[in-house]
Design a protein around this ligand. Structure first.
Ligand SMILES: *Cc1c(COP(=O)(O)O)cnc(C)c1O
Length: 398
């Protein structure tokens, strides 16, 4: 095929309509709209029957004892740590979305960052073990980009120290562990996000999945200000309820989710095939037998192999009409809000290196295959012109 010039060098953009990074796949069929109408005319728009039924349906889907629906993953993590009544330090990765750390700090707990495995992008259990001290109150792991972390190794460390293991499973609803079991049933609790960039969305929302009945009861009180019903608050909770209309959205879309995850897997495989053999481009390693939700497909870009660094590739793709995001850059320990933590100055070499190289590319269930092919084609084209792009964009190019 004749390679035309990349748009960043003045060629015509490969896409006339820009491709976004993520879009929810929502089904607005007449049944759903009729249920919305019923809820609206009933006047029960919070704490209604759809919330209770979605909690049962989600618990069945995940194979867990309890699914407590909340307003977001952030509030679910905040309440989980609050209900566990923790004091001291929480060991967590720095290479994650900021909300993982925020939940720790909102509870007056001190974040202690552990480095990641550079291949799986998940927190490295050996590095976690290094950070455990007699001040450690909990471990907080993350299923990065929807790929399951090594929860068994982490659970062992948590059990040895006698502390809970909480999992930020924000991106992983619909994922599976290497043994085939659904993400959601491990650790003390696994907490999901239902915000619109995630594979399963209710507009906004979250789920705390747990097999601990006592914790589930506390969480239900906690999402209601800490009020068990007698207006004598047991502890300082939140208003973290999921609205009834969101629960209706969730009930409608839950049965559709397995096909949407399947489709994300196919598109991720298509990207891997389309970019295979391209120097300097790598992918997250999903543990053998596990299933990632591919909330994001993050490439790694090595400048020495590809010929351009991550940020220059992102700029070149933007010129073509392809949205990307540099997840998670900066990592938490380099963010302004975390400067006051003494250990935030410590070096986490794999987290820092990956933050400088990772690039999420467009992926959502209804993204057409031919657009994946075009994006792969344009990444190749940009690579072919790497030297020229470097000469053109270097600061001393004039
Ligand atoms: C999206 C996300 C969150 C935040 O979820 P909300 O529902 O928006 O609060 C937390 N952690 C990770 C890893 C995420 O990807």
């Amino acid at each position: 095929m004749q390679l035309t010039r990349p748009a960043i060098l003045g060629g015509a953009p490969i896409l006339t309509d820009p491709v976004p990074l993520a879009r929810p796949t929502l089904d607005a069929d007449p049944d759903l709209l009729a249920t919305f109408r019923d809820v609206l005319s009933s006047g029960i728009v919070t704490k209604g029957r759809h919330l209770a039924e979605l909690e049962r349906e989600v618990a069945d889907f995940l194979g867990v004892g309890h699914a407590v629906l909340v307003s977001s993953c952030t509030s679910g993590l905040m309440l989980t740590l609050r209900c566990l009544d923790l004091h001291g330090e929480v060991v967590l990765p720095s290479f994650t979305f900021m909300a993982s750390g925020h939940a720790v700090v909102w509870n007056g707990l001190e974040p202690v960052f552990a480095d990641i495995d550079p291949h799986t992008f998940a927190v490295d259990p050996e590095r976690v073990a290094d950070e455990v001290t007699d001040r450690t109150a909990a471990l907080l792991a993350v299923h990065t980009f929807g790929s399951p972390c090594d929860v068994d190794a982490l659970a062992k460390i948590a059990a040895e120290r006698g502390v809970p293991l909480v999992v930020d499973a924000a991106a992983a609803f619909g994922g599976r562990y290497p043994d085939g079991s659904p993400v959601g049933g491990r650790g003390t609790a696994e907490v999901f996000s239902l915000s619109p960039t995630k594979p399963f969305t209710t507009g906004e929302g979250g789920i705390v999945a747990t097999n601990d009945g006592e914790l589930a009861r506390e969480l239900r009180v906690g999402r209601d200000y800490g009020n068990a019903g007698d207006y004598d608050s047991r502890f300082v909770g939140l208003n973290a309820r999921m609205p009834e209309l969101s629960a209706v959205l969730g009930r409608h879309h839950l049965p559709l989710l397995p096909a949407l995850i399947e489709r994300r897997q196919e598109l991720a495989d298509r990207y891997r095939a389309g970019l295979s053999g391209l120097p300097g481009i790598g992918f997250q390693r999903v543990p053998p037998g596990a299933r990632s939700t591919y909330k994001d497909l993050c490439l790694t870009v090595s400048a020495s192999g590809f010929g351009l660094d991550r940020d220059t590739l992102a700029a070149a793709l933007r010129a073509e009409g392809v949205a990307t995001r540099a997840y998670f850059d900066p990592p938490l320990h380099r963010q302004t809000a975390y400067r006051r933590f003494a250990a935030s100055g410590k070096s986490l070499p794999h987290s820092e290196e990956l933050a400088g190289r990772a690039l999420a590319v467009p992926l959502y269930s209804h993204l057409p295959e031919h657009l994946v092919d075009r994006i792969c084609e344009v990444v190749r084209r940009i690579h072919e012109h790497a030297a020229e792009i470097t000469a053109r964009t270097a600061p001393d190019a004039g």
